[in-house]
Ligand binder design. Structure first.
Ligand code: SF4
Length: 94
């Protein structure tokens, strides 16, 4: 399992890092910090509890399969975007 935080929603209440500081760290402004590591099975229940208690519903939990599918779709869209930039620069050259 992996977790994602939607920073458009997160308002820095800090419940996530209060409930599971092993997974969610805190930055200098009180916002959570989360790395991309898989969550160890023994912390999964606490991460679920943190997600369930997030007042902004900003935490999404993904299976490792969902996470890798999300990553490959992000990489693909990034490649498409860079391709679009190449095309637009070609147009401006002409
Ligand atoms: S509990 Fe939710 S809103 Fe609060 S800091 Fe964590 S992710 Fe953000």
């Amino acid at each position: 399992m992996k977790a994602r935080i939607d920073f458009e929603r997160c308002t820095g209440h800090g419940r996530c890092y209060a409930l599971c500081p092993e997974v969610f760290a805190e930055d200098d402004n009180g916002y959570p910090v989360l790395d991309d590591s898989p969550i160890p099975d023994d912390l999964a229940a606490r991460v679920r509890r943190a997600a369930d208690n997030c007042p902004e519903s900003a935490i999404t939990l993904l299976s490792l399969e969902e996470s890798s599918a999300e990553k490959s779709s992000t990489e693909k869209s990034g490649a498409e975007e860079s391709g679009a930039e190449e095309n637009s620069s070609e147009e401006s050259d002409g």
